[in-house]
Design a protein around this ligand. Sequence first.
Ligand SMILES: [Fe+2]
Length: 155
Amino acid sequence: MLHDIDKLDRVKPDVDGLAHGEGSAEWLARHGYAELGPAIVGHPVTRIADRAWFETWIGAATPEALIVSYADKRAGQRLESMAQRFASWEQRYPSAVHAARPRGSWTADTLEQVRRRAEELEIRVCELAAVRPAEVRRLEWTGRAIAAAAAEWHR
Ligand SMILES: [Fe+2]
């Protein structure tokens, strides 16, 4: 629930200049939750576009880091498949479909590599949890936990 905290307007200025994810980890460390950082820093989908980074990370990542990264690739506002999530990213950050790519966007080749690495991540996490991707569900308590956290945040 905290991995994207560096995207919030009231947090962003405190971690200005840090990459997404690193900003969340830094902000959490400053607020007494440094132990959450390692599970968070590797979650952005942009990280897995970097082959060398991904190969090192997936070999060394803790189960928590793998799960946060995988969850990021399955959850928009609701739980969705990775295919749906990637389709939504593509819609928001068009890449290969546009000839004149904005700076920093992905080529079709990079996008394909990112999809393959995300699938590798999915296989790894689902093996760890002994479930199939289609069996991944939100547990019953998550709705209450999210509502409680939102209420706390808005106090
Ligand atoms: Fe994120």
